[in-house]
Design a protein around this ligand. Sequence first.
Ligand SMILES: *Cc1c(COP(=O)(O)O)cnc(C)c1O
Length: 360
Amino acid sequence: MRRSARIIIHPEAIQHNLNRAKQLAPDSKLQAVIKANAYGHGSTDTAGIVYEITDEYAVSCIPEAVVLRDASIDKPISILQGFQNDGDLRIAEQLKLRLTVHDDNQLMLLDNYSSRSGYRFDLNIKIDSGMHRLGFQPNRAESLYKSLKAHPQVNPESLIMMTHFSSADELHNDCTSKQIDVFNKACENINAPKSIANSAGVLGWQNSHVDWVRPGILLYGSSPFANKTREELGLKAAMTFEAPVISVHDLKKGDSIGYAATWTCPKDMRVALIGCGYADGYPRHVSSGTPVWLNNQETQLLGRVSMDMIVVDAEEYDEHPVRVGDIAELWGNNISTDRVATSGETIAYELLCNAGNIRA
Ligand SMILES: *Cc1c(COP(=O)(O)O)cnc(C)c1O
């Protein structure tokens, strides 16, 4: 979609952030998570940006991997949701994708698959250690590992045991330690590499840094923790979302602003309209007071977000009065996505996906 609001991606920030993961988990191999079009940053671009740093990539589903292979990305790619039908297996064979098995339907598909060339799939075996989304029960881990290791369609050297955290973003939540214990116990007698940590695991749970780590959001410079900023974590913003000022005008005390007149000027004041709204992926649910960066200082949103406009306070600008054409940063180096997300009671993941993927 062509609009005046625009997204700028900072490749060096993505590299810095992935190197940060490498520094924190130096003994683990890296699977850069670039699902959902790399959280809105562009999956093929991002794959290229981290190519020299990451060992592998991870995406959610097969169509996402097809895009990467079409762009000649030749490193291993893990499919976190695995496969759902025979056609998926054919594509995975053709493109040499690493698949994840997490339910019995997939085991049946694998049993019934016939490869003309005798191809053997690379597999992650996903164990549900307590999130109760995808994965086999822990008490099945050992027998599944044994049977898949001996399976004629499976590459026995490829198997990785994996699990996923539900609450690692809460550093005082004991769910995470419990999940690690459940998983380690399930894999006690299994001699295969293991993969546990997402970004929160990499940044906050050292005992989850096993053979592999799978960071996603940290690559893009957002903090998975509510009480830790990206700066505290040593991360840099990978995306700047900016838009121009399209009008500046003066309002009177008592004038209300925008749809539903939710905000009223407490005094005579100058406001600026920015050409960006929910059609551009700016979250509609953020409240008045959400930070916006304009002319080298922080200002705030006033009233509701419209489809293609927001109103911000332009009153206290003695040195650089706001003019039409000035560029506002909705998020980026100065305003973190985490602050905007908090204001809209959501998470940076959603903002990045929405704004980044509208552009795509
Ligand atoms: C999305 C995802 C990740 C990455 O999570 P972040 O919180 O973005 O680091 C890791 N593992 C699995 C299975 C995922 O689905």
